[in-house]
Write a protein that binds this ligand. Structure first.
Ligand SMILES: *[C@@H]1O[C@H](CO)[C@@H](O)[C@H](O)[C@H]1NC(C)=O
Ligand SMILES: *[C@@H]1O[C@H](CO)[C@@H](O)[C@H](O)[C@H]1NC(C)=O
Ligand SMILES: *[C@@H]1O[C@H](CO)[C@@H](O)[C@H](O)[C@H]1NC(C)=O
Ligand SMILES: *[C@@H]1O[C@H](CO)[C@@H](O)[C@H](O)[C@H]1NC(C)=O
Ligand SMILES: *[C@@H]1O[C@H](CO)[C@@H](O)[C@H](O)[C@H]1NC(C)=O
Ligand SMILES: *[C@@H]1O[C@H](CO)[C@@H](O)[C@H](O)[C@H]1NC(C)=O
Ligand SMILES: *[C@@H]1O[C@H](CO)[C@@H](O)[C@H](O)[C@H]1NC(C)=O
Ligand SMILES: *[C@@H]1O[C@H](CO)[C@@H](O)[C@H](O)[C@H]1NC(C)=O
Length: 460
């Protein structure tokens, strides 16, 4: 819609251009459209981004060459289930920097469809389509750094890929990938590799041959893996390892030496697995972040930690722990501990003993009823405490021992805001820096934080 404001702006622009061109010469030329768009409605443009999402048509709309001040475009063409082919010349010399064509019914990109994009094309997102192989038109692009092709019935990569030395991020895999795509070894610059829905139960030992020193981040999602693949031990530079929705992954597939050799590993992320006890981490002294979530974990043996653990954050959210695992007391470096949606029902006097670096503790939606008055004796630096949706019957006075607390969140906890209940805070050393939090007084129309700030100082 053309508003008065844009009209006025356009006319002002015309005038300026007329004036400048008038000054330079005698001929008055038609000025370029400052926001050209190579394609008509229902597609639309927002500066250099072309949006053609959710079309109901069966063919790619017509693109025409326009003059723009930017050198390449982003094509955002997702959720078009009725188009099967991107024909040759479809984008008649519209140079693309980024091609975002995921969630479509595409089967074919004809040769010549991307003519003109060769030097510009940097990222290609074509996941969730019906491609049976990587289209040659993509394989011949020399400058791609990011390629997402998972959830296509592709079972290998071609041997020749013009972007083999520029590609850094690769997402690949689908139930059709019944054998390992060995052509991955030609992609010498890939450092981030994500694999989806692989139907095999593990990987060949030589899966990453040739990539030992390049891959840093590996993630598997919704595979049928039963164990942590041994092939990963060859990845000397791997810092991040992630398993998401690999529901067959269980303790039996993770022997004590499963991580031996992964000397650079700092982050392990496992979610939605069948793991029932924390794997043996004693071979990874560099580990600093452990996320083992949405899994039926109930135990954590102290002998699974390295001698001097350097773990900074641990999340065991959505596991079946019914107490704060005693092993955490050995992790003197611990900075953040998350036990949301577990079965933890109390914090005992020694549960956090020795955790002098702990800054954040979260127990959202646990059946927590009780926090020992001595629970926070040694966690002097605790800054944030999230106790939303717990079963606490009131404000936990244990925080009295926390001089550095900045927020305590108590959404959905019944808080009686009275001097009898909260008056002690008047002389609490922590009150000055307590910034914010959540939670409401159940006996007054007031936020807990406001009551603490305005009413507590008036208590006798
Ligand atoms: C297109 O469809 C998808 C999936 O149905 C939806 O999530 C998205 O919001 C839609 N986008 C537009 C621009 O209508
Ligand atoms: C683009 O610019 C060139 C030179 O400035 C001009 O000759 C041509 O007509 C323009 N094309 C369009 C489609 O505006
Ligand atoms: C790749 O892109 C860079 C700039 O990012 C450019 O200098 C180079 O010429 C391109 N390479 C090819 C083969 O087009
Ligand atoms: C866990 O993964 C399975 C298989 O990949 C999936 O079907 C399921 O929805 C996932 N569960 C959750 C809670 O995400
Ligand atoms: C973990 O591995 C270490 C070293 O291999 C071993 O000493 C320890 O007993 C193992 N822990 C468990 C619970 O198997
Ligand atoms: C809370 O813990 C204290 C000891 O820390 C105990 O004496 C008390 O019975 C517990 N209360 C509940 C409701 O569990
Ligand atoms: C915690 O500190 C209090 C007061 O300083 C002390 O009386 C108590 O014994 C300590 N408890 C533990 C378990 O260290
Ligand atoms: C807590 O949430 C539940 C449901 O989400 C609600 O029924 C209940 O009234 C809430 N209690 C408080 C104290 O906010």
């Amino acid at each position: 819609m053309l508003t008065m404001k844009t009209l006025a702006f356009t006319c002002l622009l015309c005038l300026l251009l007329l004036l400048t061109s008038g000054r330079q010469g005698t001929s008055v030329s038609v000025p370029d459209d400052p926001r050209p768009c190579p394609v008509n409605a229902p597609c639309r443009c927002d500066f250099s981004t072309i949006m053609c999402n959710n079309l109901t048509v069966t063919e790619i709309p017509t693109f025409t060459k326009v003059n723009a001040t930017w050198k390449c475009w982003t094509l955002n063409m997702n959720y078009n289930y009725n188009i099967k082919t991107i024909p040759s010349g479809a984008f008649s010399n519209i140079p693309f920097c980024s091609l975002q064509i995921g969630h479509n019914g595409f089967e074919i990109i004809e040769d010549g469809a991307l003519t003109g994009s060769e030097s510009y094309l940097d990222s290609v997102f074509m996941q969730f389509n019906n491609f049976k192989e990587l289209p040659n038109e993509i394989a011949r692009m020399p400058n791609i750094t990011m390629l997402s092709i998972h959830d296509n019935p592709i079972n290998n990569l071609p041997e020749t890929m013009a972007f083999a030395s520029t590609l850094q991020f690769l997402d690949i895999g689908s139930p059709a990938m019944i054998t390992w795509p060995y052509s991955i070894r030609y992609l010498k610059s890939v450092w981030s590799l994500s694999m989806y829905k692989l139907p095999m139960s593990g990987l060949p030992l030589d899966a990453f041959e040739g990539l030992e020193d390049s891959i840093q981040s590996v993630s598997f999602s919704a595979t049928k893996f039963k164990s942590i693949p041994k092939a990963l031990k060859t990845l000397r530079k791997m810092t991040d390892l992630s398993f998401m929705d690999d529901v067959e992954l269980a303790c039996e597939g993770i022997p004590d030496d499963a991580f031996r050799g992964m000397d650079s590993l700092t982050d392990i992320y496992i979610s939605n697995s069948s793991i029932s006890s924390v794997p043996n981490l004693s071979d990874i002294p560099t580990l600093s972040h452990l996320y083992l979530t949405n899994s039926p974990v109930t135990t954590w043996d102290p002998t699974t930690l390295p001698d001097q653990p350097l773990l900074q954050s641990v999340s065991l959210a959505n596991t079946d722990f019914d107490h704060i695992p005693t092993v955490v007391r050995r992790i003197k470096s611990l900075y953040q501990l998350t036990l949301d949606n577990t079965k933890v029902s109390h914090i005992g006097p020694g549960d956090l003993a020795g955790l002098q670096k702990l800054q954040f503790l979260s127990l959202i939606q646990t059946p927590l009823v009780n926090i020992s008055m001595d629970a926070f004796n040694e966690t002097y630096t605790l800054q944030g405490l999230n106790l939303d949706y717990t079963k606490l019957s009131g404000f936990p006075r244990a925080i009295e021992r926390l001089p550095a607390l900045r927020f305590v969140s108590l959404q959905n906890v019944t808080i009686e805001c009275s001097c009898a209940e909260l008056g002690w805070m008047k002389t609490w050393i922590g009150i000055k820096q307590l910034m914010d939090g959540g939670g409401q007084c159940h006996n007054k129309h007031m936020y807990l934080t406001d009551y603490i700030r305005t009413e507590v100082p008036k208590c006798p």
